[in-house]
Design a protein around this ligand. Structure first.
Ligand SMILES: [Fe+2]
Length: 252
């Protein structure tokens, strides 16, 4: 097992079964000479290639946690699942679910780095964003964002879930980082109310983190890839509307 490099690593999240985007990102990470990867969950749920994504992830050494969709795949009866979870559960085999079941909801990567999918206490809550009653996405108040850290004294908090790449500096030199989404650049969600998230790019997104003397340096990578095979798979799984999402990063 390669020792995890806590001074320089890649952060990926929200792959959502898009194995071609994942492969593009893994190649980009390798091209940068980075071997250590943190993966923040929502790995497989999507109308594209859940099984191939699981096989690739299980074959790669990385520090992974589970997201809300990963939990739902394990906990929810099929008839109550959302459509993207149903595509995944119909394709996955016992070893894939066993792998998902072994993932922790949160993880300390080092003494200084804490990883979660949504917030430290919830995998369905956006850490940095809030949804207004009329469905608009806004940045949360700084005090609310800081409060989510609770008593955790990390200097770098990693979160995913909103698919929106961003860095926010919290109090005392502490950083909150969302690397964006590898495989799902736009979506519609009904919780807490119906809202649309659009990154506006088809590129697969992730982040690189480097420990500098004064603080954490972070950079976002937008990796272009050809989504046509994933779009064809989405169409074959009765999710043709994902075509525009994967092509433009918008829902319409
Ligand atoms: Fe999520």
């Amino acid at each position: 097992m390669t020792e995890f490099d806590t001074s320089r690593f890649a952060v990926i999240a929200d792959i959502h079964g898009n194995v071609d985007a994942l492969e593009a990102v893994l190649h980009d990470i390798a091209d940068l000479g980075i071997e250590s990867i943190v993966n923040l969950g929502d790995h497989l749920s999507g109308p594209m290639a859940p099984k191939a994504t699981a096989d690739l992830l299980m074959d790669r050494e990385m520090k992974s946690i589970r997201g809300n969709h990963d939990r739902w795949l394990l906990e929810t009866p099929r008839e109550e699942m959302c459509s993207v979870d149903r595509v995944a559960i119909d394709e996955l085999e016992p070893q894939h679910l066993e792998w998902l079941g072994a993932l922790a909801p949160t993880l300390w990567i080092s003494d200084e780095v804490f990883a979660c999918h949504g917030t430290p206490t919830s995998d369905v809550t956006y850490w940095a964003e809030q949804v207004t009653p009329d469905g608009h996405i806004m940045t949360r108040a700084p005090s609310d964002i800081r409060a989510e850290a609770g008593g955790n004294n990390a200097s770098l908090f990693l979160c995913g879930h909103s698919h929106l790449p961003r860095r926010l500096d919290l109090a005392h030199g502490c950083v909150l980082l969302n690397p964006g989404s590898v495989g799902c650049p736009a979506y519609v969600d009904d919780l807490p109310v119906r809202h649309v998230v659009e990154t506006g790019t088809s590129a697969a997104c992730y982040a690189v983190v480097e420990k500098k003397q004064v603080a954490w340096a972070t950079s976002f990578r937008h990796v272009p890839y050809d989504p046509s095979r994933m779009i064809a798979l989405a169409e074959a799984h009765d999710h043709a509307h994902w075509g525009i999402r994967l092509t433009t990063g918008r829902v319409a």
